[in-house]
Design a protein around this ligand. Structure first.
Ligand SMILES: NC(=O)c1ccc[n+]([C@@H]2O[C@H](COP(=O)([O-])OP(=O)(O)OC[C@H]3O[C@@H](n4cnc5c(N)ncnc54)[C@H](O)[C@@H]3O)[C@@H](O)[C@H]2O)c1
Length: 262
């Protein structure tokens, strides 16, 4: 049996994806369903969740869910609804994140915007991961979690509410990976570069700074996300940060060399 033909075991594995109504979360949720994994699509807006489910390769395996993950009540409702709809959730993807607005620099960002960003990215990411891990440990089942961080977990973005939440999330991945590893639960970070996905309004001129010569697409993230989520393909990978950026993070003040005749 080919490893890549059956990365998941749909008879006992099920997934929960936040931010599944748009962009990267949508692409990952749809790819999971395409692999036969029953998947809950969670997002803020009913129309985008329903459209995302309807456009899935196998909509009958997709469960739509709508709520504001900035609140603890909604996170707890999500956990209960996921359990009722799917049974044990074994795979978790946290892609939800509020919009980034370029105007929200350090002297402009409001307290509400700061709190909302940290509540969705970090607080919901922590609470959902911890409670799903608690359930898996009680059931003595392995699991795999993937949290979307950012290159701006390590470099400024001129949006301090965003970069600080992602920096904290990057450390949360490492904390959780260490804490739950002996229970067979893997926790990793997916680190996108400049992905024209909805959450990032891309300036096409950025492409010239990207070694692979183009902005990314959500579809560039989904295959590697599935590979890292798969307990068959990535059984020995935890606490890792998987960068998918076309080489953007290699960019600095040196231009690539002129190669001449090679
Ligand atoms: N696009 C990029 O270039 C890029 C780069 C680095 C990191 N990321 C990260 O990848 C993830 C996905 O990015 P994207 O570009 O696909 O974003 P996106 O804006 O297209 O999708 C994010 C989704 O999260 C949902 N969401 C926002 N607030 C929510 C809330 N309170 N409750 C529930 N859902 C909520 C939105 O409705 C949206 O559908 C984010 O965590 C983002 O920070 C993206």
């Amino acid at each position: 049996m080919s490893l890549f033909n059956s990365p998941f075991d749909p008879t006992r594995e099920a997934a929960l994806v936040t931010g599944a109504g748009n962009g990267i979360g949508r692409a990952i949720a749809q790819a999971l369903v395409g692999e036969g994994v029953r998947t809950l699509f969670a997002d803020l807006r009913e129309d985008t969740v329903r459209a995302s489910v309807a456009a899935s390769p196998r909509p009958e395996l997709a469960v739509p869910w709508v709520g504001d993950l900035a609140t603890r009540e909604a996170c707890d409702r999500l956990l209960a609804d996921a359990r009722a709809a799917l049974g044990q959730v074994t795979h978790f993807v946290h892609s939800a994140s509020p919009p980034r607005r370029e105007a929200d620099h350090a002297f402009a960002v409001s307290q509400d915007t700061w709190r909302q960003m940290h509540a969705v990215n970090l607080d919901a990411g922590f609470h959902l991961s911890r409670e799903l891990a608690r359930q898996l440990i009680a059931a003595k089942q392995p699991g795999s979690f993937l949290l979307l961080t950012s290159l701006h977990a390590g470099t400024p973005r001129n949006l301090p509410h965003y970069s600080t939440s992602k920096a904290a999330l990057a450390m949360l991945v490492r904390e959780l990976a260490k804490t739950v590893g002996r229970h067979g639960i893997r926790v990793n970070a997916l680190v996108p570069g400049a992905i024209a996905a909805g959450g990032f309004v891309a300036d096409p001129s950025l492409a010239k700074h990207i070694p692979l010569g183009r902005l990314g697409r959500s579809e560039d993230l989904a295959p590697i996300a599935l590979a890292v989520l798969s307990n068959r393909i990535s059984a020995y990978v935890t606490g890792a940060a998987i960068v998918v950026d076309g080489g953007l993070s290699l960019t600095n003040w040196f231009e690539p060399p002129e190669l001449g005749d090679i």
